[in-house]
Design a protein around this ligand. Structure first.
Ligand code: AP5
Length: 210
């Protein structure tokens, strides 16, 4: 299965991807995770991306496109992949299309997780993750276990200011790719405004009918 997860910041893309991996045994490719790893490792690309990310801006297409196209050409993506956070702009969507056509394969589904804007800031500012495993928590909706409470960390771009900027970018740059995929009949919408388990069931139901 070749799948794209789309949705605003905090829609639950990372949370749901982790839950879907046991059912769909395909690599989870998160451009946010890849860029944060590059930033942490201090690579040239990571240094270049850091200022964009921390301010809630998109990293330039020319940085991100090559990263993903190279990744999906790897052997473990032969049977499929779950792209999370890519594509995020029309040029990224077109570059992906070109690469998949050249490889003689195509996308199966674009899963759009919809959550109202007014819920996003609370979800983002309350997010914490386990630095050792990457497991995502939320201070109110999914608190970390007591043993981890002092160890969980907050992302540098999870401030209210950066979150508002990311949401604005989502509406101006990313939401417009949805009609691009709708015209190909690939978009499946899921209401992400429910408990994570309920959202997982909704996604599995939608995918089982694909
Ligand atoms: P990225 O890491 O992709 O961030 P994002 O798209 O803003 O998405 P998030 O990771 O913030 O949210 P999510 O939907 O995964 O939500 P989560 O499951 O964690 O990108 C970061 C930055 O990298 C970008 O701003 C940009 O600078 C750069 N970048 C990345 N890709 C790029 C690209 N292609 N082009 C250019 N630049 C790029 O959930 C959020 C919180 O809510 C958690 O605390 C969770 O516990 C909680 N939660 C989840 N589901 C529920 C639920 N159902 N109910 C209650 N709480 C919930």
């Amino acid at each position: 299965m070749r799948m794209i997860l789309v949705g605003p910041p905090g829609a639950g893309k990372g949370t749901q991807a982790a839950r879907l991996l046991s059912t769909y045994e395909i690599p989870h490719i998160s451009t946010g995770d890849m860029l944060r790893a590059a930033k942490k490792a201090g690579t040239e690309m990571g240094k270049k991306a850091a200022a964009f990310m921390d301010a809630g801006n998109l990293v330039p297409d020319e940085v991100v496109i090559g990263l993903v196209i190279d990744r999906i050409a790897e052997a473990d993506c032969e049977e499929g992949f779950m792209l999370d956070g890519f594509p995020r702009t029309r040029p990224q969507a077109e570059a992906l299309d070109t690469a998949l056509t050249a490889a003689g394969v195509s996308l199966d589904v674009v899963l759009l997780i919809e959550v109202p804007d007014e819920l996003i800031v609370e979800r983002i500012t309350g997010r914490r993750s386990d630095p050792a495993t990457g497991t995502i928590y939320h201070l109110k909706f999914n608190p970390p276990p007591a043993a981890l409470a002092s160890k969980v960390v907050q992302r540098a771009d999870d401030t209210e200011k950066a979150c508002v900027a990311r949401l604005k970018k989502y509406h101006s740059e990313t939401a417009p790719i949805v009609p691009f995929y709708e015209s190909k009949g690939l978009v499946r919408r899921v209401n992400g405004n429910a408990a994570p388990d309920v959202v997982t069931d909704r996604i599995k139901d939608v995918l089982s009918r694909n």
